[in-house]
Design a protein around this ligand. Structure first.
Ligand SMILES: Cc1cc2nc3c(=O)[nH]c(=O)nc-3n(C[C@H](O)[C@H](O)[C@H](O)COP(=O)(O)OP(=O)(O)OC[C@H]3O[C@@H](n4cnc5c(N)ncnc54)[C@H](O)[C@@H]3O)c2cc1C
Length: 234
């Protein structure tokens, strides 16, 4: 599904710029599923920086646990003909050293399709005089913020078109308004991806830093994302 979507977005980029960057395997893929593990506290987002990639799980409140194993692997896995049972077996094996992920994986009741993650170099051309790219077609961010950015783009574009009557000028003004924020987020996304692929020493350091950083500084450090005002449509 992810691959089909990326191919569609790559075609949209190529309309504006045939030399636009193509998506490439990001060195990560995600096996995700649902477990029945009543001992998990509901509403808490848990992240384990494990030996083979980050493991995320969240209690849904009804005894279900939603989980995602974000597996670091330099070689893109071939999904052809791999059954759910086989994905589960492989994932359990990769996380066998970590007790919490192992318990959640062992209690799995169903799996989602495996997602191959892609990264794209920055897309330099977002518009010409008549066409503009917004959302993932312009800037797939990969930091759990893509939908938010797509919505902000749409609002900003609508607001800019309203206040700038000539369409070529409006599209250029839209690009100038959105690009600094997107560039800042792309930097955060790179850090996010690298954290999930960290080796053992970096992983231990990350865990130690996060114990201090998250309660004391996280809200302040990420305020620029959540305080943003994309404007009001009148
Ligand atoms: C596993 C996963 C988890 C995510 N988690 C989060 C999250 O927690 N928070 C967050 O903010 N974001 C998250 N995202 C990212 C978010 O889903 C995307 O950034 C967002 O959907 C981008 O919206 P969009 O409208 O730009 O593109 P899309 O949602 O991809 O919409 C593009 C649409 O265009 C259609 N299309 C493509 N080519 C053509 C064509 N030639 N003709 C007609 N239609 C076409 C596609 O089928 C698709 O429906 C996640 C993404 C994934 C894959």
């Amino acid at each position: 599904m992810q691959r089909c979507r990326e191919l569609g977005l790559a075609a949209a980029r190529a309309v504006l710029d045939p030399a636009a960057p193509r998506p490439e395997y990001a060195g990560l893929y995600a096996v995700s599923g649902v477990s029945r593990a009543p001992s998990v506290d509901p509403g808490v987002f848990n992240m384990t920086f494990a030996r083979n990639g980050a493991f995320i799980h969240l209690g849904a409140g009804d005894g279900e646990v939603w989980w995602s194993a974000q597996i670091a692997d330099p070689a893109e896995p071939d999904r052809t003909g791999v059954t759910d049972a086989e994905w589960l077996r492989r994932t359990a094996d990769l996380y066998r050293h970590e007790s919490v992920p192992s318990a959640v994986i062992a209690a799995t009741t169903r799996l989602h399709p495996t997602v191959i993650m892609h990264a794209v170099d920055p897309v330099s051309t977002w518009h010409n005089d008549r066409i503009v790219l917004i959302g993932d077609a312009a800037h797939p961010v990969g930091a759990g913020q893509g939908a938010s950015m797509a919505i902000e783009d749409a609002l900003t574009l609508a607001a800019t078109l309203r206040t700038t009557p000539a369409i070529p000028d409006a599209l250029a003004a839209y690009d100038a308004r959105r690009r600094p924020r997107i560039i800042k987020l792309l930097g955060a996304a790179d850090d996010n991806r690298d954290a999930k692929k960290a080796g053992p020493v970096k992983r231990s350091l990350q865990a130690a830093v996060m114990r201090v950083f998250v309660p004391l500084f996280y809200e302040k450090a990420t305020a620029w994302l959540y305080d943003h005002d994309p404007g009001v449509l009148t």
